[in-house]
Each structure stands twice: as structure tokens, then as C-alpha cells.
Design a protein. Structure first.
Length: 278
């Protein structure tokens, strides 16, 4: 994608973020083994069709992933990961229908995706896993989703203090590489390096992220902590997902990363209508 066009797409997305209404990031996994929908959209035609359906359902951005980040998921080599997502990104970028995000912690994949048109890099390791990621974000002028991910769960930590310290380190890393603060989106990292109770805790303490002034992304869609609470299988976790996501919006979240776009768009429209009726 032409750099000027990509810059326009990025700035338009930032403007929409600044408007303060909840945005929806539709999940598009082009993997054979994702925990919820692995294999369903593995082929290019299926992936493009699903992305278009999410656009019609009300998605504001599409997040494309080529490696499952589920617990125990198989790690794939960077070249294979890029092979999986490259055709989908190229096709969707050419259509220009929606901004694109690449779900990866590998700098090589992130750079390739940015050059192909993705404007957001969604790194579940928060620029801590690949030493070249921060430089890649800076050099491609991408937006970066920084996920609170300690790697290993520790039930003994003070969650609020640990979250604050993690993101302070992220701001310092970004600053050292010339990444503008306004290009950073923070994610509490539900399901990543946390105990069952801490998954609820990071959502309850979302103000730690909101108070930084950065947009906040929440990704809880169909995750195992919902299943553990409700007893429901992966395909039957919509109600729990909606409840957690609407609570997050009330606490200041800006973006919800979801599988079920239409249902979330309807719920957000209802919230907006109630808000306007004051």
C-alpha cells in the first residue's frame, strides 16, 4: 500500500478513536488451531468473506492473526505466519473497506504487514518478546497495542501497582525508540500471564490504563475465564462476553476485540441511545 494512503487510513482511525465512542475490532483468525474458530477462515476466500460480513455487521477495524495465542498453542515460524496472513492482508488493504490490524509479536511479520497496509500492530507480548518490535513500530509509523503480559502468572503481586509499572516501562521503551504516545493503545491482557481471579481484577482496575490518557482495548471474547465462571463451552459464551465488554466500556475502554460483531454493535448502539437521552 502507498505510504500516503496508509498514513491517511491511520490518521482517520486515530480520529475515530478520539471521538469517544466504542469501536469494534473484528477478529479474523487465519489459523488452523485458534481456540474459538481455528480453521473456519483458513482459506483466502473464506477469510475475505468473513471480513466483509464483519464490516457489514459494524466492525470498525479487522484484526488478522496467523498464529494462535491460546494457551498451549503451537508457535509457528515467522515466514509461515506471514504466508498465512499475507494474501488476506493484501486483498483487504486493496479494498480499503476497513483499517487493518496484524495480531503478531514477531517484528518480521509486523513489518511485512505494515508495508502491505496494516496500520495497527497488536502485540500480545507488549513489545517485550521480540527485541526488534519497538524499532519496527517506530520505523513503520504504526499504532501499537501494548498488552499487559507478565508471561507467568503470580498470584502474590499487587495488581494495580504491577499494571502501572508494566505500562510505565512500555512508555519508556516507546520513548526510547521514538514511538509517539498517541500511537499507543493499552490492553489489560485478559488471559495472558494471569490467574483466574486476576482476569477479573484487571477489568475491575481498568482505570489504571484509562488514566494514562491512551485508548484502551479489551479482548475477552469467548475466553476461558468466562467458560470457567459460567460453565459454558467456547461457542456459548456470548452473554458473558457482552457483560464483560459493556462493563469495560462503562469504565472507559475505547475498543472491543470481538468475534460476535453484530451483537456487540447492537449493544453499543443501545448504550449510545441511552446516553443521548439524558
Amino acid at each position: 500500500m502507498d505510504s500516503a494512503v496508509r498514513n491517511t487510513v491511520r490518521e482517520d482511525f486515530l480520529h475515530r478513536l478520539s471521538e469517544g465512542r466504542g469501536l469494534l475490532m473484528g477478529i479474523l483468525n487465519v489459523t488452523p488451531d485458534s481456540f474459538s474458530d481455528g480453521g473456519e477462515h483458513y482459506g483466502l476466500a473464506d477469510a475475505i468473506q468473513h471480513a466483509e460480513q464483519m464490516r457489514l455487521d459494524g466492525a470498525d477495524i479487522i484484526d488478522i492473526g496467523g498464529e494462535s495465542t491460546r494457551p498451549g498453542g503451537e508457535e509457528v515460524e515467522a515466514g509461515e505466519e506471514w504466508r498465512r496472513v499475507s494474501g488476506t492482508i493484501a486483498s483487504l488493504a486493496r479494498s480499503g473497506a476497513l483499517p487493518l490490524s496484524i495480531d503478531t509479536y514477531k517484528a518480521y511479520v509486523a513489518r511485512q504487514a505494515a508495508e502491505a497496509g496494516a496500520v495497527v500492530i497488536n502485540d500480545v507480548w507488549g513489545m517485550t518478546r521480540d527485541p526488534d518490535m519497538a524499532r519496527t513500530v517506530a520505523e513503520t509509523h504504526s499504532l501499537i497495542v501494548v498488552t499487559y503480559n507478565r508471561g507467568e502468572a503470580d498470584a502474590a503481586i499487587d495488581l494495580r501497582n504491577d499494571m502501572a509499572a508494566f505500562f510505565q516501562d512500555s512508555f519508556e521503551l516507546a520513548g526510547a525508540h521514538g514511538i509517539p504516545r498517541e500511537h499507543m493503545i493499552l490492553d489489560p491482557g485478559v488471559g495472558f500471564g494471569k490467574t483466574y481471579e486476576q482476569n477479573f481484577g484487571v477489568l475491575a482496575n481498568l482505570d489504571v490504563l484509562v488514566d494514562t490518557g491512551c485508548p484502551v482495548l479489551v479482548g475477552v471474547s469467548r475466553k476461558s475465564f468466562i467458560g470457567r465462571l459460567t460453565g459454558n463451552p467456547v461457542g456459548d459464551r456470548l452473554i458473558g462476553t457482552l457483560a464483560a465488554n459493556l462493563d469495560s466500556i462503562s469504565r472507559g475502554a475505547s475498543i472491543l476485540r470481538v468475534h460476535d460483531v453484530a451483537e456487540h454493535r447492537e449493544a453499543l448502539n443501545m448504550l449510545a441511545a441511552i446516553g443521548k437521552a439524558k
